[in-house]
Design a binder for this molecule. Structure first.
Ligand SMILES: C[S@@+](CC[C@H](N)C(=O)[O-])C[C@H]1O[C@@H](n2cnc3c(N)ncnc32)[C@H](O)[C@@H]1O
Length: 281
């Protein structure tokens, strides 16, 4: 299934007027956001760690010429560009193309090697079962999947060392736990929380004054990282004995969630949240 961009109207609303704006699309995917920004007159740099999106990126480059460039790297490396942007946008998590391609091993609906890499470098999930201890796996399943029988499933994984999606699925007794286990392992393998934390730490310096950072999240831990970072940026630490004389450097944009109409068209948008900030000075 081709990826349907999530909360696209909300993202474009939060970005404001983007004619001639320099936009960094940190998560290109199928290029839904990049294309919308280009159609609105922006100049777009797009990152994606997944080399399989190169064809879509080439199509957009052919269409929009020098107004678009694609960089196949992790977005946490964005500061290396040494450039400033008017909009930096993140649409976190995995794309429909990644979930729906059986050979990537993200889905428990088809049998495939347990891979789960967003890029094609580095160890797969089944390689990591040799590295992660029962304690590591328990923490991963609890923190990123809220899995109740985390320790029992972690122990079963270390005992059986599953190599395929179906071997992993067969270790999970309660069908309710299957999707959360797969999600938790994917998040840990791809260091998704580390990536977003490192990127958000450099965003304030990469934005021009008046520039905006917009994040779409799908997971409560990820959303908490974004919410707390944006809250810290938009408040000035005060002390009861000291008057606050500094002004905040950022202002919050009103958070958005999908409308009923969007959810009817795209049920995969159901847990999405959009948050944003504007750089004031
Ligand atoms: C939800 S999709 C983005 C969809 C896109 N907004 C669209 O409209 O087509 C997320 C994409 O971000 C990429 N991605 C996730 N984490 C990344 C990271 N740390 N660095 C670069 N790309 C990343 C994934 O490979 C995936 O293609």
């Amino acid at each position: 299934m081709k990826h349907i961009p999530v909360l696209l109207d909300a993202v474009m609303w939060a970005a404001g007027d983007v004619r001639d704006a320099r936009v960094l699309d940190a998560t290109f995917g199928a290029g839904g956001y990049s294309r919308a920004f280009l159609n609105a007159g922006a100049i777009v740099t797009a990152f994606d760690r997944d080399p399989t999106v190169a064809n879509d990126a080439k199509q957009i480059a052919d269409e929009f010429g020098s107004r678009f460039r694609f960089i196949q790297k992790n977005f946490s490396s964005m500061a290396e560009l040494n450039e400033k942007f008017d909009v930096i946008v993140f649409d976190l998590g995995i794309s429909s193309m990644q979930i729906d391609e059986p050979s990537r091993g993200f889905s428990f609906r088809t049998d495939a090697p347990l891979d789960m890499r967003m890029s094609i470098d580095g160890p797969t999930v089944s390689d990591m079962f040799n590295v992660w201890t029962v304690d590591d796996l328990t923490k991963i399943l609890r923190d990123f999947g809220d899995v109740r029988p985390a320790r029992a499933i972690a122990a079963a994984i270390k005992n059986k060392m599953p190599k395929t999606t179906f071997e992993l699925k067969d270790l999970i007794h309660n069908p309710r736990d299957i999707a959360p286990v797969f999600q938790a392992l994917r998040i840990a393998l791809n260091d998704e929380m580390g990536e977003v934390t490192r990127a958000l730490a450099v965003v304030p310096d990469l934005l021009n004054v008046g520039g905006r950072c917009i994040c779409v999240t799908f997971h409560s831990v990820e959303d908490r990282i974004v919410k707390n970072t944006f809250r810290e940026l938009s408040t000035v630490a005060g002390d009861v004995r000291m008057p606050i004389i500094e002004k905040p450097r950022f202002e919050l944009i009103k958070p958005q969630t999908p409308t009923k109409a969007e959810l009817e068209k795209n049920p995969r948008a159901r847990s999405a949240h959009m948050r944003g900030v504007i750089k004031l000075c």
